[in-house]
Design a protein around this ligand. Structure first.
Ligand code: F0G
Length: 366
């Protein structure tokens, strides 16, 4: 493929923006694909990779969709862009809107968004409207604002978001070919939809000769898609009051549910849910065994993977990729809630005594 100075935009030929559009970019994409050697050894699966989307400019995969969607918002002449968010879409939109000279209006579920994400949205100068209820209620507000002609919505109902997010699939295939499994956290279900779209395009253009299986992972307190999948249903029963420590995917009524279900079924994949305890343990493993700091919503991939290995759905020889969607610093409160040993020293001698007593011990506890 032709190289382009922007990392994601080197795939421009597959992103249908008009030729004369001014690209609003922060050089997103081109994120590290990291081999997880210590987890491979621990679990006994041959090749496991993490696509670390936390390395994007605002610290989450949302930048991929946002560069395309804000480019198009500007091209179409909108001045106000709006989104509902559990936090990452908001901080990404705030940054790209700033770069494009647009006004970002962000609708957040009050008291339910992690601190790092709010900080970013404030820093980039967005207007924030806090609403009661969860993400699902915030999204209804956004749709009403759109219908009233007040602003252009940049949630994943916006097809341009999907066009950008599909590029993560291109990057994986470019680097390691077609894996056997791609494991994706699922909230509003835009990302898994986008990844499948990207893969199917590669197949359609004969750039690959087979497709991976998709595993979508939800948190057990917010898993309406998993229920629909298990019961083989064509309808979604929304979860009224979704609850999980993984606030990014605390969503009870995912808008892209239909396409996501189809994607998982077509790929001969699975949808499963994991508990908050499994999520925190997985976050710790990624951080302490591999040095990769992710927010809880991303850690569902490893938690789900461990289940699938246990159930022998994923096998020893499989090549597996986790989509690690967001950086650990997005949610500093959760990151700093993990157990470590810490000491208070009264003076330097005291500190040295403590350090000397540590020899030979390890901080990895779980
Ligand atoms: N991981 C992270 C870190 C997220 O922020 C999100 C969604 C997901 C996974 C799930 O992706 O919605 O495409 O299935 N965050 C949205 C937001 C809802 O508002 O930032 P999805």
């Amino acid at each position: 493929m032709r190289k382009h100075p922007f990392r994601l935009w080197r795939y421009r030929v597959l992103i249908p923006v008009p030729r004369d559009a001014e690209i609003i970019s922060l050089n997103e994409g081109g994120t590290p694909l990291i081999r997880l050697k210590r987890i491979e050894k621990l679990v006994g699966v041959k090749s496991i990779y993490a696509k670390f989307e936390g390395a994007n400019p605002t610290g989450s995969f949302k930048d991929r969709g946002m560069t395309v969607a804000v480019t198009m918002a500007k091209y179409l002449g909108f001045r106000n862009v709006i989104c509902a968010s559990t936090g990452n879409t908001a901080s990404s939109m705030a940054a790209y809107a700033a770069r494009g000279g647009l006004h970002a209006i962000i609708v957040l579920p009050e008291g339910k968004v992690a601190r790092g994400k709010i900080a970013q949205s404030i820093l980039h100068g967005a207007t924030i409207i806090y609403v009661k209820g969860g993400f699902d209620s915030a999204l209804k507000t956004v749709l009403a604002a759109y219908e009233a002609g007040l602003a252009y919505p940049l949630n994943s109902i916006n097809p341009w978001r999907i066009e950008g997010q599909k590029t993560v699939a291109y990057e994986i295939v470019d680097e390691i070919g077609v894996p056997d499994w791609i494991i994706v956290p699922v909230g509003n279900a835009g990302n898994i939809t986008a990844i499948w779209k990207g893969l199917k395009e590669l197949r359609k253009f004969d750039l690959i000769d087979r497709l991976p299986r998709l595993a979508g992972v939800q948190a057990s307190g917010a898993s309406p898609l998993v229920e629909a999948f298990r019961e083989n249903k064509e309808e979604l029963k929304p979860v009224e009051n979704p609850e999980t420590i993984a606030s990014a995917i605390r969503i009870g009524n995912p808008v892209n549910w239909r396409r996501a279900l189809r994607a998982v079924r077509e790929s001969n994949g699975v949808l499963l849910s994991v508990s908050d305890e499994e999520i925190l343990a997985a976050q710790r493993k990624l951080a302490r065994l591999e040095g990769i700091g992710v927010e809880p919503a991303s850690a569902v991939t490893l938690a789900g993977f461990l289940r699938l290995v246990e159930e022998k759905i994923i096998e020893r020889d499989d090549k597996v990729v986790f989509i690690l969607t967001g950086h650990a610093l997005k949610d500093p409160d959760i990151a700093s809630s993990h157990n470590i040993r810490s000491f208070s020293a009264n003076n330097r001698i005291d500190a040295l005594k403590i350090i000397a007593s540590l020899e030979g011990t390890s901080t990895f506890t779980n």
